[in-house]
Design a protein around this ligand. Structure first.
Ligand code: PLP
Length: 358
């Protein structure tokens, strides 16, 4: 892939924000894009000005939601250079999602090279503020303009980037989580393990409903028995038993295989915890919270890295975890993971890809 680098109109450049990054509403001046046409393959790879698309109203993605995305971050190191965290995993997952959604896979090496080049060109946009980072959003949409129901013959693949502030505005604090006994996010055999917008669309109503009840996230149970724990919001979830055993739901096909989840398992084992992937029954889990056998619960995902859970609400009952305080395991995992991501501590797992800042 030869990426064409298009010039920017210097008179129209957005200034790089120094603080107040928000979360996902400010974007750098450049983006990457390329197009796919059946019979031709991928073409027109370019890094050019961040700009709107003009799309036919019949474009497939607007009607049948054939789309996928990824989410990863670039972190400013103490030496001024930039780390990507396990970007190879995101690239593999992007193509796994593409295959499940009957979309054209991309060349993983080229895709990653495009991201690295984009971040290098826009390196000023990687914040130097503690806890902040540059969010990277690779996306692919079906662009054939026709209403027939079939896999699109054309795709647009693009990458946008923008600074994001610390996920925890008021510090690293536990969140209240609502367990829905009525609604489900994804079903085995469905698309729960693909990073596709439809999974999010299906979850919004329940998330809004949980907010009116005073909860900030929803814990999803499996769709077949309504009994086994799957994910929390758009994060994976982990439980700590007696301060030493980290357990996360095993991947069943309806759970998104998170990079943070995998990192927690590897790091947890390395730090001397017992670590396992199991089927977790919601009633047993809540009984273990009440008895104190479960000492901590936390979500894990790129946005928050580790998000401690302070309480569960389920069928009109509340279950407080660890006195609504951040526990030592969540804190240690957060410090170690962010330490590696920001290059403050040695990367003993080979998880980071360094980009030299200009
Ligand atoms: C992206 C995502 C996650 C977390 O994955 P990470 O790779 O750790 O960011 C978890 N669940 C869902 C539904 C997701 O979309």
């Amino acid at each position: 892939m030869d990426i064409q680098i298009l010039p920017l109109d210097e008179t129209k450049l957005k200034p790089v924000p120094e603080h107040d990054f928000g979360f996902g509403n400010k974007f750098a001046n450049r983006m990457f894009s390329q197009k796919y046409t059946a019979g031709v393959g991928w073409h027109d790879a370019q890094i050019g000005p961040y700009a709107p698309f003009t799309l036919d109203p019949a474009t497939a993605v607007f009607h049948y939601a054939q789309e996928i995305f990824e989410g990863l971050k670039a972190y400013r190191r103490p030496d001024g250079n930039i780390n990507l965290f396990r970007p190879w995993e995101n690239m593999k997952r992007f193509n796994n999602s593409a295959r499940r959604m009957a979309m054209a896979p991309v060349d993983e090496e080229e895709h990653l090279a495009a991201i690295a080049k984009l971040v290098e060109l826009e390196s000023k946009w990687v914040p130097r503020v503690p806890g902040a980072a540059l969010y990277i959003r690779p996306t692919m949409i079906a662009t054939e303009a026709a209403l027939g129901v079939h896999a699109s013959t054309e795709y647009l693949h693009y990458v946008i980037i923008g600074p994001v502030g610390s996920y925890f505005k008021e510090g690293f604090n536990p969140v209240p989580v609502y367990i829905s006994d009525q609604y489900r996010r994804a079903v085995r055999g469905g698309v729960g393990s693909a990073k596709t917008g439809g999974n999010y669309a299906a979850s919004l109503f329940v998330g809004e409903d949980a907010k009116t009840k005073g909860y900030s996230q929803v814990l999803w149970l499996d769709a077949i028995e309504g009994r086994y724990i799957e994910e929390v919001g758009a994060m994976n979830i982990a439980f700590v038993y007696e301060g030493k055993h980290i357990v996360t739901p095993q991947l069943t096909g309806s759970i998104l295989p998170g990079v943070t989840r995998d990192s927690v398992l590897t790091l947890g084992r390395d730090l001397g915890y017992e670590v396992s992937e199991e089927q977790i029954d919601v009633n047993e889990m809540l009984a273990d919270v009440q008895s104190g056998r479960i000492t901590e619960v936390f979500g894990c995902g790129t946005a928050a890295v580790i998000a401690p859970v302070g309480k569960f609400g389920y069928k009109d009952e509340e279950y407080i975890i660890n006195n609504y305080e951040v526990g030592p395991v969540a804190k240690q995992l957060f410090d170690e993971l962010t330490g590696i991501q920001y290059g403050r501590i040695p990367d003993r797992f080979g998880w980071t890809m360094m980009i030299e800042a200009e």
